[in-house]
Design a protein around this ligand. Structure first.
Ligand SMILES: [Zn+2]
Length: 416
């Protein structure tokens, strides 16, 4: 969705910075990864003994694992409201072998006034893959400007070793015309779901590429039962930046403004190979390398879920829509949008994170989202929308701590 604009009175409100916006997303990523272990029948390839509900005992750090004290101190410093912190994200587990984002890039994720170019993001993910047997890195293909769409796969070491077989199983399951019910059951028992997270499709929505770096680290190193279950029962694919060329141009404009505070912010024109925000609509015509690469990757992996991260509306919107839904989409899949959304809302709400909501926009009629390829093939396509932060500085959302005044207010710079 589009970035927010400013324009009304500056009342005292909630201070939102990069940590505030992105860190709850890290939390909810964890919750959804956990919830995806408990899918409805069409997704069952995971451990059925796990419960839908999580408790802090399950999700907090392993008692044996040390905490990265320095990084944790910065998390607490940069997150201005306590209700954005939960046991999942109020600390960073330490690792003796895998570097944190701060080790490679110099600062923690969510530090004010820092945005990373894609070569820095890929350098970090490459360092994690180099250091951890639980992470591999590869490209989905070149962009229109000749850069690479880098992606990581995270799972247990044992799962990654049998990745070719898992992909083969998913490929067979993807075409029910060629297998019978009994074969499908056997394949499901032997396979694993793939949960594919994608960020940075819309370059002015600059948070998800940052957050996904820290999420990769947590998935790779955290030894709590919560993370062990995720690694055991899922292959997590993470593409931190779908629109690589546009991201780099966006960082250019941000750094120009940072260096020239008296000058106007440069408009982000001609990004996404001139398509700009409508890269989400390119599945109608497949004019972009980004779309070609996504389609190829979809048919290579047959992910069980594609989940795209956006920024536009207040709080955190978990996609379901209200219908009437596209009657030609599988109704079981539409039901699964709701199942996943309700679990995530419950998990976030019980941890005191305010305002996670669903039943906003979406109905599945138009193939106008990058994840539509999944929905058109009976995988689950879904998305989040959250507070937009056009720059990695602290922003003020006047409606956040009280009911909104008529209409939805804009995000205002707080001057902090
Ligand atoms: Zn968007």
């Amino acid at each position: 969705m589009s970035q927010m604009n400013s324009g009304i009175s500056n009342k005292k409100g909630l201070f939102l910075g990069p940590s505030q916006i992105w860190r709850p997303l890290i939390l909810v990523m964890m919750v959804l990864l956990f919830s995806s272990l408990h899918p409805s029948p069409s997704l069952q390839a995971a451990n059925p003994s796990l419960s839908l509900s999580t408790s802090p005992n399950q999700t907090s750090s392993s008692p044996a694992q040390k905490i990265d004290e320095e990084y944790t101190k910065k998390i607490l410093e940069y997150t201005s409201e306590k209700f954005f912190l939960t046991e999942l994200v109020d600390h960073l587990p330490a690792s003796e072998t895998v570097p944190t984002p701060a080790d490679v890039l110099g600062e923690v994720i969510g530090a004010p006034n820092i945005l990373h170019y894609t070569d820095e993001i890929f350098k970090y993910l490459g360092a994690v893959a180099e250091a951890s047997p639980r992470v591999i890195i590869f490209s989905l293909g070149p962009t229109d400007e000749g850069k690479e769409m880098m992606t990581v796969a995270v799972s247990s070491e044992a799962n990654l070793q049998r990745l070719p077989r898992i992909k083969e199983i998913l490929s067979q399951l993807a075409d029910p015309r060629l297998i019978d019910e009994a074969t499908a059951e056997k394949l499901i028992a032997a396979g694993l779901p793939v949960y594919w997270l994608t960020g940075g499709l819309h370059s002015p929505e600059c948070g998800s590429p940052e957050m996904l770096m820290e999420l990769t680290y947590r998935l790779a190193v955290d030894e709590s039962q919560f993370y062990r279950d995720i690694r055991k029962n899922l292959i997590v694919l993470i593409t931190p930046v779908l629109e690589v060329d546009g991201r780099d141009r966006y960082v250019d404009t941000y750094l120009y403004k940072k260096a020239h505070k008296d000058k106007k912010t440069l408009p982000l024109v001609y990004w996404g190979n001139y398509v700009a925000h409508d890269n989400n609509r390119d599945f109608l015509g497949v004019a972009l390398k980004l779309t070609e690469n996504l389609l190829r990757a979809y048919f290579d992996w047959h992910p069980t879920i594609m989940h795209d991260l956006h920024e536009s509306v207040p709080y955190l919107y978990v996609s379901t829509g209200t219908g009437p839904y596209n009657a030609w989409l599988d109704p079981i899949m539409i039901d699964e949008w709701h199942e996943l959304a309700y679990v995530e809302i419950s998990e976030m709400t019980k941890r005191g994170v305010p305002g996670v909501w669903t039943h906003g926009f979406y109905n599945g009629w138009a193939p106008s989202y990058a994840f539509y390829i999944a929905m058109a093939h009976n995988s689950v396509g879904r998305f989040y929308e959250t507070f937009g932060a056009p720059a990695p500085t602290l922003w003020c959302a006047q409606w956040a701590l009280r009911p909104p005044e008529p209409g939805i207010g804009p995000i205002l710079p707080c001057g902090r």
